[in-house]
Design a protein around this ligand. Structure first.
Ligand code: SAM
Length: 279
């Protein structure tokens, strides 16, 4: 008992540190080229063709967006007719999402909560639970995540995730050649790495933090969903990704995706999963 309490406290320390880092990133992300909020306000999509195709028509459906950041993707779903609730553990992200919704006159609800305690902070159930691009690596307890997803789905409801492939996290991000640096499997201990700036803040204006992440294997993600009672519809793996994860090694394609220069097609860089909660 004392041991598991100590582990809980330790995990809280890691997620608190991550929250501080994500809070600091929000203002820089909101004005970044990466997110290009001005074009989004002008009608450009924030969501990518892949999730639009794989999730399909959301008009009139209730949609819970987990780890919604400052809400741009959530508001894109709202603009396509979904009744959206976005959640994130960063208070700054949620404040920014609320003000963007107001500014764009789009109906959406945003709730500040971490994933683990979401059932204590939000009621109701949803036709769709959606989450995407850089999410599960921040969660210490992937089994709990599966339970939370299942908790918020209506019977017959759809879960959809598109995410960076855990295989892609094992490589040295600064190397000129593909070189394994990090373990694929995790034993519960986070990887603690110094982080300056971010994918959307290449100049590092947000400062330097220690980030804590967990490389959840594809099997762990799938088993979390299966153990929570969901039925898998499909799992897709892709040899391309949506941002230059290894700056020295990737080429931008005409369709806005990035592929490896060396060994193109030989390594999975993203996956998507679609699952349903049985009636
Ligand atoms: C890479 S961003 C998601 C990006 C999103 N697809 C987008 O581009 O807007 C990851 C988000 O997860 C949130 N996050 C990290 N750990 C979390 C947790 N334990 N509970 C809830 N949100 C969390 C962060 O605040 C951040 O907004």
């Amino acid at each position: 008992m004392a041991q598991s309490y100590r582990i809980l406290l330790l995990m809280k320390r890691f997620t608190d540190a991550n929250r501080t880092m994500w809070d600091a990133r929000v203002p820089a992300h909101k004005k970044s080229e990466f997110y290009d909020v001005e074009s989004f306000k002008g009608g450009a999509p924030a969501l990518k063709p892949l999730e639009l195709k794989e999730l399909g028509d959301v008009k009139g459906k209730s949609l819970l967006h987990l780890q919604c950041h400052f809400g741009q993707d959530s508001l894109d779903w709202a603009r396509r007719g979904a009744k959206v609730t976005g959640i994130d553990f960063s208070p700054r992200a949620i404040d920014t999402a609320k003000s963007l919704a107001q500014e764009m006159n789009l109906p959406a609800t945003f709730v500040e909560s971490d994933i683990d305690s979401l059932p204590d902070n939000l009621g109701g159930s949803f036709d769709i639970v959606f989450t995407s691009y850089g999410v599960v690596m921040w969660l210490p307890d992937i089994r709990r995540w599966g339970e939370v997803v299942a908790h918020f789905l209506k019977p017959g409801g759809t879960f959809y995730i598109v995410e960076f492939h855990p295989t892609s996290w094992i490589f040295d991000e600064e190397s000129e050649i593909l070189k394994v640096k990090y373990p694929y499997f995790n034993d519960g201990e986070p990887l603690a790495l110094p982080s300056t700036g971010s994918y959307a803040d290449p100049d590092g204006s947000t400062g330097t933090f220690t980030e804590y992440s967990w490389c959840h294997s594809l099997a762990d993600v799938l088993n979390a969903l299966i153990n929570a009672g969901l039925k898998l519809e499909y799992v897709h793996e892709f040899p391309y990704t949506s941002y230059p994860q290894f700056p020295n090694l990737m080429n931008l394609q005409d369709d806005g995706t990035y592929r490896l220069k060396e060994g193109d097609g030989s390594v999975p860089l993203m996956y998507s999963i679609r699952a349903v909660k049985p009636v």
